[in-house]
Structure formats: structure tokens, C-alpha cells
Ligand binder design. Structure first.
Ligand code: BGC
Length: 721
């Protein structure tokens, strides 16, 4: 017997190292590695892991200890970072990597070696209670941001997991929702986000989801697991099921599932028993089990877990808190600033009425498996009001959740900056009293909150608990009103015309109060941009009502018809249908102004691998330093049937007042995002259509300059195009 072989193999190629270990393992040991334990309703795992897979000490294989989540470690107290959505709204991949690094350091310190937080599901359904965990509606932006999160997490030698594969875009009836979608629709939307995130991050683990796709549960979906993920994308790592998402043993394993997420087998049995009998009966060859184990072990080698097994440690709470503040300062989106109300002048504003949102104690966070217990403890914990859609099994999470406020008081942060002003607070429960206070103040700042969580969807996008009426009453008493929105995603704003300012702060994290105050008073110039379209009304969405099962207590699958919009997710739907959004994808204001000049696009040549370069000068034409997010969109030839435009590149440019910069961005058909291609479902391949392509550049999906056009004549004869 070789003692603790794994650490000695760590320097070798991960595949060879994995094979060397598999060759040493007994059948029982192999089976042990493909399923594990789950804390929910049972004993806590090693180091208090939520889920775990026991290692094999005689070979030096450590335990795999899992922690969620997308906005920070959830095992034990951790830094409550702003939501993943806020990170995406920075449109800044360096910032996103720092966000991932802070999470990674804390997951490591909690004694874990795997992170389950890479939620790259696209926001097809803005009422989805998990919107805050995602990175928005666009495959390129979401895929790139999540890749940066994963890269940051993997810097701490953790196995990074991308989830929930795939098309898990609503919570209503989540265990029986059948996502119905055509191949092209899927490839050019949700699957593309996964493909980008996976290839750009080299993540080693993918979690299959609860839902069905076209009639088959994702964790036993051969087309999606063996076909797309392992076949087309050559994913070398392992597929794990979401908790309770495996529905069979040999059938799932043969379809490509490699590890039943600790938690067991919801519908009877568990993999430890059922896989062994499947092998004994010949229903599953042992070679498949070897491949499953190989994939898990190669992931552990590739991530650096073998050399760096899980151990409890400490983390630098101050530096992670600084990251939390910076991400919020980069990710909050200024949506309206009429009459130059913002930034507030700390020396001139005489009185400020701060109203609502529990702003006296903290800022809101999102619930479910992504819920972080903030360092220092929650400022406030309330029982949530679960929407009517939160019923049945998928609603359990909502009903078990708490509405947690992170300890960062915007009121105190405002007081600290507005030293000369009389700053008063009203909690907003008495609308008349709040309006009276606003009327007697120079400025009113209303904090509004929309709590969301795994296990629920919102019924609509208006503000709950009478907050729309509160804003309207305050604005009527004082038009110099700023609304700060703490939400997981889009909200509708019936009162928009009556207020001067709106700041979308998302779930701001445990330095959110300070970050918001810095933006309100101009210590920070806002530079966040929307990663999701804000609709005027839910009637403008592909599905005005979130589809649900006719009997929420039954387990019969029901259809969620994604063929309605296909690949036209988010802004593409609004553009294709000519619907005016409330605020478009990519939009966000600054306290300075920018101008573009010398905009041009040059085709890289009508070659087998076409592409183009777009170049321009961007100038900060205002009086303060600031950052602009330049967005490059491409219109494909009309006959292709795609949306009018798709995002193909982005760059955030920071400029001092008056400064300018020449920017040149190249886009190639060979980029991982397939920027020039459409999915040809008949040929089962990405193809580039013959025809005219239009390149646009601008600061939102609805404020674009045409940079140029080029004609692609099709692949050269004999070419590979
Ligand atoms: C969630 C996953 C999570 C898992 C383990 C499930 O309810 O859907 O996102 O990783 O629980 O906590």
C-alpha cells in the first residue's frame, strides 16, 4: 500500500495523477467519492461544512468540503459582499476578480476546499428570487464576470463550481419546471453564458439544476451533460447534482452526472447503495465509475486541493470589507439625476430627511443558500413576507428564510459626511409623518427595499409593503427627493417622474451604507451600469405572469416556454419587439460627461476567421474624474434572424477631468463568445452568415453610434470558416 500518494502526484499532469490514484482504489472507495453528506436536517460535516464528500486518508485524498455562495462564504460568519449582481454592474473584470479573491480567502479560512457560488443563470425572468446571485441577462457580460469570480476564488486553491446547469431561470415550481427551448435559442443564450464562464475560468465543477429541459431532468440529461458540456465543450471536470436534484442512479451516471451532491437521492435510495448494485447487475460498467472518480480527482489536482487540503484559518476582515465597499462604489447605478441634485454639497445642504428601508441600522441582503451571516452579526433580522408564488417544495426556502440586514447604516454614514446639516430619520411606517419631515427638509433620501430569496419569485416588480405610496407622498412634499433602491434586480417605478434622483444600490453588502453615502455626496463618482433591463411593466416581459404548476403540491412537470423569446433574452427581447424599457441594459449616469470622437470600425478582412477592430477617442468633458463603460454591439445580417444587436465587447475607461484616451478593441470570430456566429441547429455548429455586419459603440444598449459596416462574403473555398 502506498501511503498518502496524492500529495506526491500533485506536480504531475492532473489527468495522469488522477489515473494513478484511481488504479489504487477499491470499489467502495470509488463509490465513497461520488456521493456524500448533507447538513440539512442532519449532523454538521467536517469543519461545519454544509455538504461534504469524505476523502480517503490512506491515499492522501482530502475531504471535499463545500460552501456556498455567490456573495460570500456562508459557512460561519463572513464578509457580506454586495450581491453578485452589484459586482456585475461594475462592468469591471479586475474588480470582479478581487470580489472572487475575497470570497476565496474566506471559504479557505472556513476550512472548505470547494465553492458553490458560480451562479451564471441568465436573468430571463427578472422576478426570479435568485436574480441577485447572477450576473445579469447578457451571456458575454455574465459569463465574463462569473469567470472572473471563479478565477479569484480559484486563486485560493478551491474547486470552483458553475451552476445551475442549465436554464434554471425561475424559482416557481423549481423542482418540476420544464424549460422548453429550441437548440439555437439555448446555445445563443444561457448555454453561451456557461460556455464563456467555463472556458475563461477553467472551472472544474458544474452543478446540474433542479428543472427539466425539454422533458428530461437536467441531472440525467444526456444531451446537456455528455453532449454539450463534456462533448462539445470538452469539459474535463465533474458534474455534481444540486441538493436533491438527482432522480436516478445508473441512468444519471450514464447521462453524465459524476457526483450526487451530498444530500442524497431525493426520490428514494442513494448512490452509495444504488450505484454498487448497478455495477453488480451490469446496468453500469465500472469503467464509467472510474471516469467519474477520475474527473473528481483531476479537479482536485487541477485546483491545488491535494497540496493544500482544507484547514481552518483566518482572513483579513478589514481588507475584505474594503473590497466590499469598493465593489458597491463601482457597482451602484445612478439612474436619474434631475436638476443637478446630486452630488449633494455637504457644506451647503441645510437639512436632510432620511426615510425608510431600516437605513438607521443597515442595508438589505438576499436570502436562501446565498445568505451570508455578516461579520459582526446581522443588524436586523425579520421574518419575510413570502409572495404567493412561494408555495410547495420550492417555497420552503422562502418560508425558512430570514430577511437579514447587514450592519452598515446609511443614516450614520450620511451623518458622518453631512456634518453641517440637520439629518433626521423617519422609518416610513407613518407615511404622513415621513412626508411632513421631507417637506420641512432641504432634501429627502428615501431608502426602499425589495427582499428576494431562493425558493421564491416576486409577483411583480413594484415595491412591496406600501413603499411606492411612501415615495410618492415624500416626493409630493419635497421634489428634491432621491430614492435609493436596495433590490436583487429590476424594479418598476411608478413615481419616477416625481423624484429628482434614483440610485440602484442592489444588495449593498456590509460597507454599503458608507458606499452609498460616498456616492450621494460625490466622494465617489458613480460608474455602475445596468447588467439587466429595467422594464416599465411586467406586461412587457415575454411572460407577463410567472408560469407555475396548476397544482403546486403535485410533482407533475409543467412547461415554462422559453421558445417565446428563445435567444432574445433581456434587451434583445425589448430591441426585437421595439419596446421602450424604463432603463435599458448598459445604462448608468455619472457626475461627469464623456464624448466619443473618431469612431471607426475596420474589418479584419474577409477571411476564414473574420473579425473587426473598433477604435475611438473617449474624452471626459466634465469637471470631475470618472469612468465610462464603452460597449460594443454587433448587428448580424438581417436574414440570420438574431436580435437587432448583441454585446460583443466592453471596456471600462477611467479618465481625469478633461483627459482623453484612444481605445482600440478587436473582436474575432474565434473569441470564446462566438461574437459573429449563430448556432446552426441543423449542422450542429457555430456558423458565420454571409452578409452585412453593423458595428455600434456607445454607453448603453439604447445609446449607440454606428462605428462602421462590413460585408462578409462567406468562407473561402476550401477554408474552414
Ligand atoms: C441551491 C444551490 C446550493 C445548494 C447547496 C440548493 O438549494 O439551489 O444553489 O448550492 O442548495 O446549498
Amino acid at each position: 500500500m502506498v501511503l498518502a500518494l496524492a500529495p506526491f502526484l500533485a506536480a504531475t499532469d492532473p489527468d495522469q495523477a488522477a489515473d494513478a490514484l484511481v488504479a489504487q482504489m477499491t470499489l467502495d472507495e470509488k463509490i465513497q467519492l461520488v456521493h456524500g453528506g448533507y447538513t440539512f436536517g442532519g449532523p454538521a460535516g467536517p469543519n461545519d461544512a454544509e455538504e461534504w464528500v469524505s476523502g480517503i486518508p490512506r491515499l492522501g485524498i482530502p475531504d471535499i468540503l463545500y460552501s456556498d455562495g455567490p456573495n460570500g462564504v456562508v459557512v460561519g460568519p463572513g464578509t457580506a459582499l454586495p450581491s453578485s449582481m452589484a459586482s456585475a454592474a461594475s462592468w469591471d473584470l479586475n474588480e470582479a476578480r478581487k470580489f472572487g479573491q475575497a470570497i476565496g480567502a474566506e471559504v479557505r479560512a472556513a476550512g472548505m476546499d470547494s465553492w458553490l457560488g458560480g451562479n451564471v443563470n441568465l436573468v430571463r425572468e427578472p422576478r426570479d428570487g435568485r436574480t441577485f446571485e447572477t450576473a445579469g441577462e447578457d451571456p458575454l457580460l455574465a459569463g465574463s464576470i462569473k469567470a472572473a469570480h471563479l478565477a479569484g476564488v480559484q486563486d485560493a486553491n478551491l474547486i470552483g463550481t458553475l451552476k445551475h446547469y442549465a436554464l434554471n431561470d425561475q424559482e416557481t415550481g423549481r423542482l418540476m419546471a420544464n424549460s422548453a427551448i429550441g437548440e439555437r435559442g439555448a446555445r445563443e443564450s444561457d448555454l453561451l453564458a456557461f460556455e464563456i464562464a467555463l472556458k475563461e475560468s477553467n472551472a472544474q465543477s458544474v452543478m446540474c439544476s433542479y428543472n427539466l429541459i425539454n422533458g428530461t431532468y437536467t441531472c440525467q440529461n444526456d444531451d446537456y451533460l455528455n453532449g454539450v458540456l463534456k462533448g462539445d465543450w470538452r469539459f474535463p471536470g465533474y458534474v455534481q447534482s444540486d441538493a436533491f436534484a438527482s432522480h436516478s442512479s445508473a441512468m444519471s451516471a450514464m447521462a453524465g452526472l459524476d457526483q450526487e451532491e451530498p444530500g442524497g437521492f431525493y426520490f428514494g435510495g442513494a448512490w452509495d447503495v444504488s450505484l454498487e448494485s448497478a455495477i453488480q447487475s451490469g446496468a453500469m460498467p465500472e469503467a464509467r465509475l472510474d471516469n467519474m472518480v477520475h474527473r473528481i480527482l483531476r479537479a482536485m489536482f487541477a485546483a491545488g486541493v491535494m497540496e493544500n487540503p482544507p484547514a481552518m484559518g483566518t482572513f483579513d476582515a478589514d481588507s475584505d470589507a474594503a473590497v466590499a465597499q469598493e465593489v458597491e462604489e463601482q457597482g451602484a447605478v445612478l439612474l436619474k439625476n434631475a436638476n443637478g441634485l446630486l452630488p449633494l454639497d455637504a457644506g451647503k445642504v441645510a437639512s436632510i430627511a432620511v426615510i425608510g428601508g431600516h437605513a438607521d441600522v443597515g442595508v438589505l441582503s438576499g436570502g436562501g443558500s446565498a445568505q451570508v451571516t455578516p461579520v459582526g452579526g446581522a443588524a436586523l433580522t425579520l421574518a419575510p413576507e413570502c409572495p404567493a408564488t412561494s408555495v410547495g417544495t420550492s417555497g420552503e426556502a422562502c418560508h425558512n428564510a430570514s430577511e437579514v440586514y447587514d450592519p452598515s447604516s446609511p443614516l450614520e454614514a450620511i451623518r458622518a459626511l453631512a456634518t453641517g446639516a440637520n439629518v433626521q430619520y423617519a422609518d416610513g411606517t407613518d407615511i404622513g409623518a415621513a412626508a411632513a419631515m421631507a417637506g420641512a427638509s432641504s432634501v429627502a433620501v428615501v431608502f426602499v427595499t425589495v427582499w428576494t430569496s431562493e425558493g421564491m419569485d416576486l409577483d411583480d416588480l413594484s415595491l412591496p409593503n406600501g413603499q411606492d405610496a411612501l415615495v410618492s407622498a415624500v416626493a409630493e412634499a419635497n421634489p428634491h427627493t432621491v430614492v435609493v433602491v436596495e433590490s436583487g434586480g429590476p424594479v418598476t417605478m411608478a413615481w419616477l417622474d416625481s423624484v429628482d434622483g434614483v440610485l440602484e444600490a442592489w444588495y449593498p453588502g456590509q460597507k454599503g451604507g458608507e458606499a452609498i453615502a460616498n456616492i450621494l455626496f460625490g466622494a465617489v463618482n458613480p460608474s455602475g451600469r445596468l447588467p439587466v433591463t429595467f422594464p416599465k411593466s411586467v406586461a412587457d416581459l415575454p411572460r407577463p405572469v410567472v408560469p407555475g404548476p396548476s397544482d403546486p403540491t403535485a410533482t407533475t412537470p409543467f412547461d415554462v416556454d422559453y421558445n417565446v423569446e428563445g435567444f432574445d433574452v433581456g434587451y434583445k427581447w425589448f430591441d426585437a419587439r421595439g419596446i421602450e424599457p424604463l432603463f435599458p441594459f448598459g445604462f448608468g449616469l455619472s457626475y461627469t460627461t464623456f464624448a466619443l470622437a473618431n469612431v471607426q470600425a475596420t474589418a479584419a478582412g474577409a477571411d476564414v476567421v473574420p473579425g473587426f477592430t473598433v477604435s475611438f477617442d473617449v474624452q471626459n468633458t466634465g469637471t470631475r474624474a470618472g469612468a465610462e463603460v464603452e460597449q460594443v454591439y454587433l448587428g448580424l445580417p438581417a436574414g440570420v434572424g438574431d436580435a437587432p444587436r448583441r454585446l460583443v465587447a466592453l471596456e471600462k475607461v477611467a479618465l481625469d477631468a478633461g483627459a482623453s484616451q484612444h481605445v482600440s478593441i478587436s473582436v474575432s470570430a474565434s473569441d470564446v463568445s462566438h461574437p459573429l456566429s449563430y448556432w446552426n441547429a441543423r449542422a450542429k455548429n457555430w456558423e458565420i452568415a454571409r452578409g452585412e455586419y453593423v458595428v455600434y459603440v456607445g454607453d448603453s444598449s439604447r445609446n449607440l453610434t454606428e462605428a462602421g459596416r462590413f460585408y462578409y462574403p462567406g468562407p473561402r473555398r476550401g477554408g474552414r470558416g
